[in-house]
Design a binder for this molecule. Structure first.
Ligand code: FAD
Ligand code: NAI
Length: 473
């Protein structure tokens, strides 16, 4: 017989949105269950997303640096070699360590962990099923939080086999280095995973539908980024669409056309990575049982300021399954926001200050609006730009590509957006997020003392450049 339980909160999904919401709710004294069907906690991010991809990016960067170390007088006999099996097992170690760590956090914070598929079977009821669709637990609950995340979007004419035609999940676990890798979609996944395999020796070609890669970045950043990645050996085919595909054994041939149509060509590779975006995941969730509809992109619709699912009183949704950037930290912040609200507290989330980082080399990071968004909104702004070539630490490290660009309101000097392409951009953006969260002006950043010699001085100098002049450029 199924177990019967009564709780204050049931969270469906144990990814960064769900597990963080569950821990926070329990910390605030609410009786909480988190239902997860994957078998491990941490969701897409820890299992097949952020964490394994960063492990591979770290290791392959190291590999590249080692083979490039002679300029520092570090001489090794012959080129460093890659043992792909060991690389993959070290990546898996990072994943397993972190996912099991969340189980410990659940125990420590007294979150009930229910393993299985959660379905909403009533306004105040979630039923959990095992892999054979057998009912294992029926939970009566005051509140439900939907945190079921997202899944890769396939192309309509090729299915993922995760060997030759792969999603990010397959691209994280290839057992040999493909001679030729085609990446469909020049966004975050395509460029991170493309970098990994390119560093390992694959010939990588990125096919992008639009006329620039990373179309969500500042246009100047996209341009610089493509230039740098091209120098690293990645090929780009812009304004192209894939219109057909045939698999022949361990190869795949893609039919291409210009995005506007016409000019047909073909390209063959050992592996094709489809990274054209992700879509919300709500399969078999029981939304019909509570009359919840999804929008035209499959997202659960929530009220803007409360994240309450439209048409319901006690059901909330967070993370990739709702509107907004599909990022782990956005999901986490929404999880904390809801937990605090359910515990009778205020909660805080600022959608204008959510950073985004692409963990390539160099890293690309931004917070706030870019130049094309500001132009579209008709906002007048000043630009302060500082090249990493003029930053002493970057020069010392022999890694001085890219720039910092700060956009500040031309009347108030308030920082509206920061765009960084360069070494450690992902860490550097943090101070800019904090500055924007507190409504800083670019003068505030420019007058804040930054340690020398650090990469962060480039942020200070870019801030100085918005309203007066940088010192070192
Ligand atoms: P998810 O992490 O997708 O978790 C949802 C969980 O719910 C899943 O474990 C699923 O099994 C479970 N579930 C679904 N339905 C049910 C059900 N009915 N019952 C029980 N369980 C269910 N973001 C970043 O911020 N930084 C990065 O560096 C980064 N790198 C990424 C790299 C890759 C390759 C990918 C694919 C994504 C990356 N992301 C990154 C995005 C990030 O992984 C997601 O934004 C984040 O995981 C979303 O969290 P979530 O909690 O909303 O959903
Ligand atoms: P994406 O939205 O980053 O990029 C998709 C790219 O594919 C875009 O450039 C788009 O113009 C292009 N495209 C769309 N359809 C196409 C088609 N038919 N043919 C050719 N190109 C096409 O999506 P991606 O890379 O799949 O990542 C999914 C999500 O995962 C992202 O929204 C991102 O937020 C998240 N993610 C975040 C990471 C990070 O924060 N570092 C790392 C990896 C993923």
């Amino acid at each position: 017989y199924a177990k019967n339980t009564t709780q204050d909160v049931v969270v469906i999904g144990g990814g960064p949105g769900g597990y963080v919401a569950a821990i926070k709710a329990a910390q605030l004294g609410l009786q909480t269950t988190c239902v997860e069907k994957r078998g491990t906690l941490g969701g897409t991010c820890l299992n097949v997303g952020c964490i394994p991809s960063k492990a591979l990016l770290h290791a392959t960067h190291l590999y590249h640096e080692i083979n490039d170390s002679a300029k520092w007088g570090i001489e090794i006999s012959g080129p460093a070699k890659i043992n792909i099996e060991k690389l993959m097992s070290q990546k898996q170690k990072a994943v397993t360590g972190l996912t099991s760590g969340i189980e410990h956090l659940f125990k420590k914070n007294k979150v009930e962990y229910s393993k299985g598929h959660g379905r909403i079977t009533g306004k105040n009821e979630v039923t959990v099923y095992d892999a054979n669709n057998k009912e294992v637990e029926k939970i009566t609950t005051k509140n439900i939080i939907i945190a079921t995340g997202s899944e890769p979007t396939p192309l309509p004419f090729i299915e993922f086999d995760e060997k030759v035609v792969v999603s990010s999940t397959g691209a994280l676990s290839l057992d040999k280095i493909p001679e030729k890798l085609i990446v469909i979609g020049g966004g975050v996944i395509g460029l991170e995973m493309g970098s990994v395999w390119s560093r390992l020796g694959s010939e990588v070609t990125v096919i992008e539908f639009l006329d620039r890669i990373t179309p969500f970045e500042d246009p100047e950043v996209s341009k610089e980024f493509q230039k740098i990645l091209s120098k690293q050996g990645i090929n780009f085919m812009l304004s192209k669409k894939v219109v057909g595909a045939t698999k022949n054994g361990d190869q795949v041939t893609l039919k291409l056309e210009d995005s506007k149509g016409g000019n047909p060509t073909e390209i063959t590779a050992n592996v094709a990575l489809v990274s054209i975006g992700r879509k919300p995941y709500t399969a078999d969730l029981g939304l019909d049982n509570v009359n919840v509809k999804v929008d035209n992109r499959g997202r659960v619709e929530v009220e803007e300021h409360s994240l309450k699912v439209k048409g319901t009183e006690n059901i909330y949704a967070i993370g990739d399954v709702i509107v907004g950037p599909m990022l782990a930290h956005k999901a986490e912040d929404e999880g904390i926001f809801i937990a605090e609200r359910l515990a009778g507290k205020e909660g805080h989330i600022n959608y204008d200050c959510i950073p985004s980082v692409i963990y390539t080399s160099p890293e690309v990071a931004h917070v706030g609006l870019n130049e094309s968004e500001l132009k579209e909104k008709g906002v007048k702004y000043n630009v302060g730009k500082f090249p990493m070539m003029a930053n002493s630490r970057a020069r010392t490290n022999g890694d001085s590509v890219g720039f910092v660009k700060i956009l500040a309101d031309s009347e108030t000097d308030r920082v509206l957006g920061v765009h960084i392409i360069g070494p450690n951009a992902g860490e550097q953006i943090a101070e800019c997020v904090l500055a924007m969260e507190y409504g800083a002006s670019s003068e505030d950043i420019g007058r804040t003392c930054h340690a020398h010699p650090t990469l962060s001085e480039a942020v200070k100098e870019a801030a100085m450049a918005t309203h007066s002049k940088a010192i070192h450029f």
